[in-house]
Design a protein around this ligand. Sequence first.
Ligand SMILES: *Cc1c(COP(=O)(O)O)cnc(C)c1O
Length: 401
Amino acid sequence: MLPNMHDAEPIPEAARAEIDRLLQSGDLFRYHAPEDAPVSLLEQEFAVELGSKFALAVSSCSAALFLSLKAMGLPRDARVMIPAFTFAAVPSSVIHADCVPVLCEVTDNYRIDMTDFEAKLPGVQAVIISHMRGHTSDMDAIMALCDTRNIPVIEDAAHSLGTTWHGRNIGTIGKVGCFSFQSYKMINAGEGGIMVTDDADLVARAVILSGAYEHNWRKHMDRKDNSTELEAAFDRWQNKLPLYNLRLSNLAAAVIRPQIPILKNRVQEGRRNHDHVATLINQSPWISVPAKLDPENRAPDSLQFNLDGMSDSDVQAFVGVAAEMGVKVQVFGLTTDNARAFWNWEFLPEQVELPQTRAMLMRACDTRLPARLTQSDCEAVATVLTQAADQVMGPLRVYGT
Ligand SMILES: *Cc1c(COP(=O)(O)O)cnc(C)c1O
């Protein structure tokens, strides 16, 4: 029996009482209450959870990326490097910020190709590292290259909440880290995002840009240890910046907050499921799951793997057979209009070709693997994937006929 892999994670019961209270009071706007609004409490709790000085909750991770770029005060047409394997929202955020995306090659382990990254770095004024599907790029190498050139790094950790690098939370290594609360991410609020940083000036600018009009920024100073530094920054930026109104609602915060204490569990279960399925399907001669990097401890809620030795039509046939057997697999480069295939980003100022990333996208498969699956669910999924590959390729071809 195959599990339901489509549904998002259910919302903890604890959210109900708070949502009820908000519905009765009508207190849904984050700046309505004089203090301790659910969005403010979420920001404080999230900053503590991640080990960051400041957090700003906004309407999506895309909004967080856009505000990060704006808050850095990049000049118009600044070049911003992004990986060529990411979600369309990432180049979009660069374009919204009046900057120019520079696409960098990705290797077949879904991470940034450091040779291409270094080659394209001259002339780049900021970098967004998308840890796509929670696969962490080599942050040691990236920070070393960017720090010596004074290039700020934004981590798009939308899908990496709970991942660590040398034991440190992903999203806290670059200057800013951005996370998503969209339904298919580790914490599900339907929509929502948050950014974390230790830079008071940057967060003050982002707070105002996000829509803290007049003196609403005062409601971001609940943590007394930070408030002097923040107040000076807010004073500097009062009335100096446009408002984009990308705030989060108290209702979303009420859905998010009870998920923070269960995050560690979800991460462990997701990793256990992922690693179990990965071990099983890696035994197939047609399937390979790239290994994680050494310093990385992943928090997966989905599974990516490459199909080896298959033609395009074999790959299509594999997807069809797996679907018939009950497991939906998407090949990033083969599904029509896929938002993670760079050639579909026709809104870019110029189209570029990245042959290595393209080759990866034509063989890389994506399937959800929610944390709530049991061990036998995982085994059923692995069986479908290996049998679908065998059925398409025929076991005999293993021996090179
Ligand atoms: C989901 C996702 C985003 C976009 O997040 P939203 O909250 O939906 O804007 C950006 N980057 C990556 C890597 C994602 O997985």
